[in-house]
Design a protein around this ligand. Structure first.
Ligand code: GDP
Length: 309
């Protein structure tokens, strides 16, 4: 994670270090806080959350602390941690928890993957399948993004890597049919995890809404508790746009968690903080590269450690 957050770390911490080493005695407390605000904005934490953080830091700093970069950073780190750890946990269980593989009533853990095209949804589905495979779990993948032949091909490569069975129908088929077949196959074959990769054409919100609702209904028919998780994939390099996308999807489906991808290529990793503060949705995974191992479970503690050290 540390490598993945390198650029965001430089943006915030090097920015602060530079400020403190060059600042003159004449710099006022307000100017120091203003500078902090600018640094936070540049890391894409956004105006609202940056304001909140500055206020929190301000309320905890004593007069002397303003010339102590370490104290300053410690308080900032604690406040960022408080935001990141305040999101509510997924109520329906987690994909990382071992499945009930010995139980007779075993049901596959059904996960819907949602997000706009290009954010890394297919890649993340593949990475999650691989993680499950490494844990010895049996995976069934559904290629419900039936509008992009390339996405289906890409997913099948990922599926092979995880020895996962992939359900695909012909291009342009009803995504809900794919979801139905996938869930059916997962039940029949006693799979542990069932990952359904959906389409992400945000241009037509109405269609997207109907499509996701239909997939949800079809899946729930097989298992009333399902989907057990709906993971929204967001591209960290798009910064504040990711936050807007999350707001749109939140209105359409019941998102249980987020995956923030491409943290490795950006100084905008602060968006994770904005998302946690403004949406209260838990970030479950972070993508830190293109290869199969480059998906990490998100932990607030590790995130701030990587950010600050
Ligand atoms: P989809 O359209 O949402 O399914 O997106 P894809 O899974 O096809 O990914 C789009 C591009 O982003 C591909 O080139 C991926 O290799 C790349 N990508 C996905 N996740 C990550 C990540 O965590 N880090 C980096 N650097 N690239 C990623």
């Amino acid at each position: 994670l540390k490598g993945g957050l390198r650029r965001t770390h430089s943006q915030i911490i090097n920015g602060l270090d530079e400020f403190f080493t060059t600042k003159s005695d004449k710099v006022t407390r307000d100017q120091t806080l203003e500078h902090l605000f600018e640094i936070l904005i540049q890391a894409d934490i956004g105006v609202k959350t940056s304001d909140l953080l500055v206020e929190k830091v301000k309320s905890r700093l004593t007069k002397d602390d303003y010339s102590d970069p370490n104290k300053f950073k410690t308080i900032l780190k604690e406040e960022i941690f408080n935001i990141l750890s305040s999101t509510k946990a997924n109520p329906k269980g987690e994909i990382e928890k071992p499945m009930l593989s010995l139980s007779e009533n075993k049901v596959p853990h059904i996960v819907l993957m949602v997000g706009v095209n290009g954010v890394g949804k297919t890649t993340t589905t593949g990475k999650l399948a691989y993680k499950a495979h490494l844990r010895g779990q049996k995976v069934v993948i559904g290629a419900a993004d039936t509008f992009r032949a390339a996405a289906i091909e890409q997913l099948s490569v990922w599926a092979d890597r995880s020895k996962a069975h992939m359900i695909r129908l012909k291009e342009g088929a009803d995504p809900a049919s794919v979801a139905f077949e996938t869930v059916k196959k997962a039940s029949e074959t006693n799979a542990d995890v069932c990952l359904i990769d959906t389409a992400g054409r945000l241009q037509n919100r109405q269609d997207l809404m109907q499509e996701l609702a239909k997939i949800g209904r079809v899946v729930a028919k097989e298992n009333p508790d399902a989907p057990h998780e709906v993971l929204l994939v967001l591209d960290a390099t798009t910064g504040q746009n990711a936050l807007q996308q999350a707001k749109v999807f939140r209105d359409v489906v019941n998102i249980t968690g987020l995956v923030l991808t491409k943290l490795d290529g950006t100084a905008k990793g602060g968006i994770a903080i904005a998302i946690a503060a403004e949406l209260g949705l838990p970030i479950r995974y972070v993508g830190v590269g293109e290869s199969v191992e480059d998906l990490e479970i998100f932990e607030a503690h590790e995130f701030v450690s990587a950010l600050f050290t």
